[in-house]
Design a protein around this ligand. Structure first.
Ligand SMILES: C[S@@+](CC[C@H](N)C(=O)[O-])C[C@H]1O[C@@H](n2cnc3c(N)ncnc32)[C@H](O)[C@@H]1O
Length: 276
């Protein structure tokens, strides 16, 4: 993923595959009620809202319901995700939502435009997230609210675990870093807001869990893709993080985890809100 609007030293390559299980099995199933729970109490009907890195737009759709009849805009760098989000919103019959293609590093909006600006699961993928948060602040009206939520991939429970599974997960963290992101995101949420110019911030944390057999089986294609897909496999072998046999063993270990009757995956997320 390259973009001329980004700083020249910013060489991110997005870690998830757009057409893969990440979008289909995980991101499309996200909801504002769950994933923006920290932000919803501050939203009111009639507010204008911008969602940065809106992906397939399922959270954006929930935000649109919360501020209706206020207008919601989702901005997303990848054309296929913009298209998908538009299709999903049309299916829901939402009239107060639109999706645009563009980079959050250079938001195509004037200063002081939105009552609320939101971003979920994007900043932890970026090399220079503070530049994006400064942009988010720029387009926010004075008195407007910003809300961000980012996963800390290091703060997780994957159980029952074994050595192969743990090694596969460690390789995944290295890979995310290699792609430009920060897998240990956490305190950065409040720090980023402050560094971008916000003064009063509120930080919280919450957890996503997959802890039923139905949930872990549904999560399995995502985990297989993320931890053992072709790109990560190629990079891991090239970099000497693992060999072919270890990557094959990881596939078996992940499949066994997904089918285990006691399997659970839990992941900690950090959140922060602030006002301009
Ligand atoms: C992990 S997905 C999260 C999608 C959605 N917010 C959600 O939580 O379901 C991150 C999204 O941010 C998008 N993205 C990455 N860098 C971006 C940028 N500079 N500007 C806009 N979108 C970006 C990616 O294309 C991807 O769709």
């Amino acid at each position: 993923m390259t973009d001329k609007t980004r700083p020249s030293n910013d060489q991110e390559s997005y870690v998830h595959r757009y057409g893969g299980a990440a979008t289909k099995q995980v991101f499309s199933g996200r909801t504002a009620e769950k994933h923006a729970a920290f932000f919803l109490p501050y939203l009111k009907p009639g507010m204008s809202l911008l969602d940065c890195g809106s992906g397939p737009g399922s959270i954006t759709a929930g935000l649109a319901k919360a501020v209706s009849p206020g207008e919601v805009t989702g901005i997303e760098i990848e054309a296929s995700q913009v298209e998908l989000a538009r299709e999903n919103a049309a299916k829901l019959g939402l009239a107060n939502i639109k999706f645009e293609q563009g980079s959050a590093y250079k938001l195509p909006y004037p200063d002081d435009q939105f009552d609320a600006v939101f971003s979920h699961a994007m900043l932890e993928h970026l090399r220079e997230p503070v530049l994006v948060v400064k942009e988010m602040r720029r387009v926010l009206k004075p008195g407007g609210i910003v809300g961000i939520r980012c996963a800390n991939m290091r703060m997780r429970l994957l159980a029952p675990s074994d050595e192969t599974l743990d090694l596969a997960y460690e390789i995944y963290l290295k890979y995310r870093q290699h792609c430009g992101g920060n897998p240990a995101f956490g305190r950065e949420c409040r720090t980023l807001l402050r560094e971008a110019g916000f003064t009063e911030t509120i930080g919280t944390a919450s957890c996503d869990t997959w802890g039923t057999q139905q949930a872990t089986q549904a999560f399995l294609p995502f985990l297989l893709d993320e931890l053992t897909g072709s790109e990560i496999r190629k990079t891991a072998i090239e970099k000497g993080w693992a060999d072919q046999t270890q990557m094959d063993k990881a596939v078996t270990a992940i499949n066994e985890w997904g089918e285990h009757p006691d399997a659970i995956f839990a992941l900690v997320w950090f959140e922060a809100v602030a006002w301009k």
